[in-house]
Write a protein that binds this ligand. Structure first.
Ligand code: ZN
Length: 278
């Protein structure tokens, strides 16, 4: 396993941990593909019944890597989520669309469809691309210090690539989260049904593992079918089609940014995003 992601088997549970704590587990492509490899390993291991997704350090994930020294948006990886062509040989909107379809939207959809239940263990920041990862998990256990936000409207972008907002937040609160870009805490997330448990930070791991253990007592195929049932119904509620249509708007925003500012993120780096948030 690579440095970006740690994999540990504890009985019937596979613990997959994002491991870039220095950068608040910002997701570069190396991490995305390491996560994919870890999930594949967990699915292929018949002894694993439930997967826990965690982040090392004080934060679950601050989002996609938009400015660490290991940012690797120009690197080609063997594609797993789509058969769209390699982005590194393309330019303009073609390049961005190819990459984000594979690395962001495609990967998240692929992970959501794993046949084993996944429980997210969330502390600290769970922001933008971090939200995408938590949302593809079946259950979310949050520490009381967890906070959530999708602030990309500051870049002129109408939400992150995996646009589950109206389904997981409800349309009214989704508008508030997008329009203000403000953080909301674990209790608010619990009240609206976005997370399953809120516990003191010191009890986060223990509570998550206990929940995973309980689920692991169920028959594997039954769990896979129940997961599929919920996913299918969510999609019948329009999530997949909605997300597909909004991905086009997301890329319209990226392209507009390139036309009127210095780059597809409207020239905002992590420091500028942080300044805007305070
Ligand atoms: Zn994007």
């Amino acid at each position: 396993m690579t440095d970006e992601v740690c994999y540990e088997r504890r009985g019937a549970i596979a613990l997959v941990t994002m491991n870039r704590p220095r950068y608040r587990n910002a997701q570069n492509s190396a991490m995305t593909y390491a996560l994919d490899a870890a999930f594949t390993r967990a699915v292929d291991d018949d002894g694993v019944k439930v997967i826990v997704l965690a982040g090392s350090g004080d934060h679950f994930s601050a989002g996609h890597d938009i400015g660490t020294p290991e940012r690797d948006v120009d690197t080609a990886f063997p594609r797993q989520a789509t058969l769209w062509w390699d982005h590194t040989t393309k330019s303009g909107a073609d390049r961005r669309y190819s990459r984000e379809q594979e690395v962001y939207l495609g990967m998240c959809r692929r992970w959501r469809e794993m046949p084993k239940p996944v429980v997210a263990q969330v502390q600290g920041a769970c922001v933008a691309g971090g939200l995408m990862l938590a949302w593809v998990c079946d259950l979310i256990v949050a520490a009381d210090d967890a906070f959530f936000a999708d602030p990309v409207l500051r870049m002129g972008i109408p939400g992150v690539e995996y646009f589950a907002h109206p389904w997981v937040l409800g349309p009214r609160f989704a508008r508030e989260v997008l329009f203000t870009g403000e953080r909301f805490g674990a209790l608010r997330a619990y009240e609206i049904g976005m997370v399953n448990r809120v516990v003191p930070r010191a009890e986060l791991e223990q509570t998550t593992l206990a929940l995973a253990e309980r689920i692991a007592g169920m028959p594997a195929f039954g769990l896979a079918l129940a997961k599929r049932a919920i996913n299918q119904c969510e999609d019948q509620m329009g999530m997949r089609a909605g997300m597909e249509s909004v991905f086009g708007l997301h890329h319209l925003a990226h392209a507009h940014n390139v036309e009127v500012s210095e780059d597809s993120l409207a020239g905002l780096d992590p420091a500028a995003m942080k300044r805007a948030a305070t």
